[in-house]
Design a protein. Structure first.
Length: 364
């Protein structure tokens, strides 16, 4: 793997047609909008999610390109797995023979994280409490699933919880865990992660790749559409509607919006996490192609229109980022009143009198 020796600043220009690029869950999933300017917003978290999905799809099967923050992942388990690979004990688990009647009841339930059932060679079942089990969460789970404290199964589990002994990782062990996590997961190497736990503690990683919120060039209009499904989900709904069987819903879209996000790559942080030139190449591919692998009716038509990279000759950089970004002007064409396409804009990059040591690369 080649070490990154140059600083990079980049601009990601993308658009949306008749879709919702990033809904706000606190506002009924309406497209995010700057209340003062009316410009549309897309969070950095949303953009990084798309990069993660692209890498998982295209490189996920390769060693070193797994994704840490992915759908339904339980992050503590991934860190515990890393410690296990390193041969580092995170504490002492608690085990107890599980009576058949208890086993039958537990097998019908979704087990709380930290609890599991293990079967030995003699087909005897054991209840296992992991050393890093969150005891508060286990008790909460018991309250929700086994409603009475007097239930002997509840007492059986609570008594076993007391025998699980977590052990705090040493500083050296945490560093080993952090190193392995960076080697294993692309998104940790790129974006960093907070991996501070009581037991399998891998600390914090500051990522070399940072993104800003994306902001639309012009104010956007958000539309709300009523939609109808010619079916219902349950018998009760059908009876209520007298057989009409329709389901009403709503959908929010932006007719058109052209957005710009800014990004930065730090060689110093890249060398700390192991983010390499090869990883950087995969990042450029992801930024250029991530929307093509993420189509949905809700998001409409989204596409990367421009990826403009400023490469510096040195690790510290040869010019301030904001002054380089100011060299890129995106202006709506004079004869366009209401933009509905990227062609309604003109992108001009001022390449004259560039600061010494700065190269402009148009990747899209």
């Amino acid at each position: 793997m080649s070490e990154i020796k140059n600083r990079y600043d980049f601009m990601l220009v993308f658009d949306v047609k008749d879709g919702n690029p990033n809904g706000d869950p606190d506002a009924g999933n309406l497209p995010r909008v700057d209340a003062e300017t009316g410009q549309g917003l897309v969070t950095d978290v949303c953009l990084k999610r798309k990069v993660r999905n692209y890498i998982q799809l295209t490189k996920g099967a390769e060693a070193g390109y797994d994704i840490y923050v992915k759908e339904k992942a339980i992050l503590s388990r991934l860190q515990a797995k890393a410690f296990k690979q390193l041969g580092i004990e995170v504490g002492q688990e608690a085990t107890k023979v599980l009576p058949n009647e208890y086993a039958e009841r537990l097998e019908d339930l979704t087990m709380c994280e930290g609890l599991s059932i293990r079967e030995d060679e003699d087909n005897q079942k054991w209840l296992v409490v992991a050393p890093d089990a969150d005891k508060k969460e286990v008790r909460k789970w018991l309250k929700e699933t086994i409603t009475t404290k007097k239930d002997p199964l509840s007492k059986f589990i609570v008594d076993l919880l007391k025998d699980a002994k977590p052990r705090k990782a040493t500083a050296a062990e945490s560093e080993q865990g952090k190193k392995l996590m960076c080697e294993t997961y692309f998104d940790i190497r790129a974006f960093g992660a907070v991996m501070s736990l009581k037991t399998a503690n891998c600390g914090q990683v500051r990522g070399p790749v940072q993104l800003t919120f994306a902001r639309s060039i012009d104010p956007i209009v958000t539309l709300e559409h009523s939609i109808t499904r010619m079916a219902v989900a349950t018998e009760a709904e059908a009876e209520k509607q007298g057989g009409d069987n329709r389901t009403m819903g709503r959908k929010n879209t932006v007719p058109y919006g052209l957005y710009v996000a800014y990004g930065f790559v730090s060689p110093a942080l890249a060398n700390q996490t192991g983010f390499s030139e090869e990883d950087l190449g995969e990042l450029w591919k992801a930024l250029a192609g991530m929307f093509d692998q993420d189509h949905s009716a809700a998001r409409g038509l989204m596409a990367t229109e421009k990826l403009i990279v400023f490469k510096h000759a040195t690790a510290l950089g040869n010019a301030p980022s904001h002054k380089l970004f100011d060299r890129v002007q995106i202006v709506r064409n004079a004869d366009v009143a209401v933009p509905r396409s990227f062609k309604d804009y003109t992108v001009v990059i001022d390449k004259s009198s560039l600061p010494a040591g700065v190269e402009v690369i148009e990747m899209q």
